[in-house]
Design a protein around this ligand. Structure first.
Ligand SMILES: O=C(O)CCC(=O)C(=O)O
Ligand SMILES: [Fe+2]
Length: 230
């Protein structure tokens, strides 16, 4: 896991400039394969059919606690540097929030707020499936950044199925980004909103993410959300 080291200054700069950052090669092909193989056998707390809820089309499953080891390790290790970025966003947008340095302490806060159910998930899309633009908010306690890791190989395992981000700017038209990902790459992106530096200080933009239609094949993603769910 986390092969090579991550330059978090570069990550913060990319988030500021474009609204997302890619962490190349965060998981090895073997780790990706074993998470995909776990689709049938891992312990889940629930399964969601996206079509049934109007969320698009495809299936996702929320892992149960204890999380698979690689998911647990990623969630704990990515949290601390992201909490640094989250705290700076809180200062810039006047949220008045302070995120603790360790994920265990942050989870304790979620649990005190009645959000005790795990949110890390694995998503499976087949031909024709897609994921509507959305925000992964599960209660009033929100950690402002999340991570998604592509577990399948573009062009080989699937075609289409691009990760999409949209940004709704105040009194302006929306902006979209298509995030290029290879298998094992992670994208870091805002859950709900983020600060943008303007000529008269920072302003807030609203973000949504989703996945365009899978044209062929099968696409798996691991989603890491840092707050738990009510
Ligand atoms: O499948 C994807 O790339 C997006 C998954 C997603 O919505 C998430 O991880 O929150
Ligand atoms: Fe999502």
């Amino acid at each position: 896991m986390t092969r090579g080291s991550i330059d978090w200054t570069v990550v913060a700069t990319a988030l500021d400039a474009h609204g997302y950052a890619v962490l190349p090669d965060l998981l090895s092909p073997t780790e990706c394969d074993s998470l995909c193989d776990g689709w049938a056998s891992a312990d889940y707390r629930s399964e969601v059919s996206m079509a049934r809820h109007g969320f698009g089309r495809g299936i996702y499953r929320y892992y149960a606690y204890p999380l698979p080891e690689v998911v647990q390790r990623l969630r704990a290790s990515l949290y601390s540097p992201l909490a640094g970025i989250a705290n700076r966003w809180s200062d810039r947008l006047g949220w008045g929030l302070a995120y603790p340095n360790h994920h265990a302490d942050y989870l304790a806060r979620c649990h005190l707020n009645g959000q005790g159910r795990p949110t890390p998930l694995i998503l499976r899309y087949s031909t024709g499936d897609w994921n509507a633009l959305h925000q992964d908010v599960y209660g009033s306690e929100i950690f402002p950044l999340q991570v998604a890791i592509l577990l399948s190989r573009p062009k080989q395992d699937f075609s289409g199925g691009e990760f999409i981000l949209t940004e709704q700017r105040p009194r302006m038209q929306s902006r979209a980004e298509v995030v290029p990902l290879a298998r094992g790459d992670a994208v870091v992106f805002p859950v709900r909103d983020r600060p943008v530096a303007g000529t008269r200080g920072d302003y807030r933009v609203q973000m949504r993410h989703g996945v365009s239609r899978i044209l062929s094949g099968e696409r798996f993603t691991l989603g890491i959300i840092f707050h738990d769910a009510a």
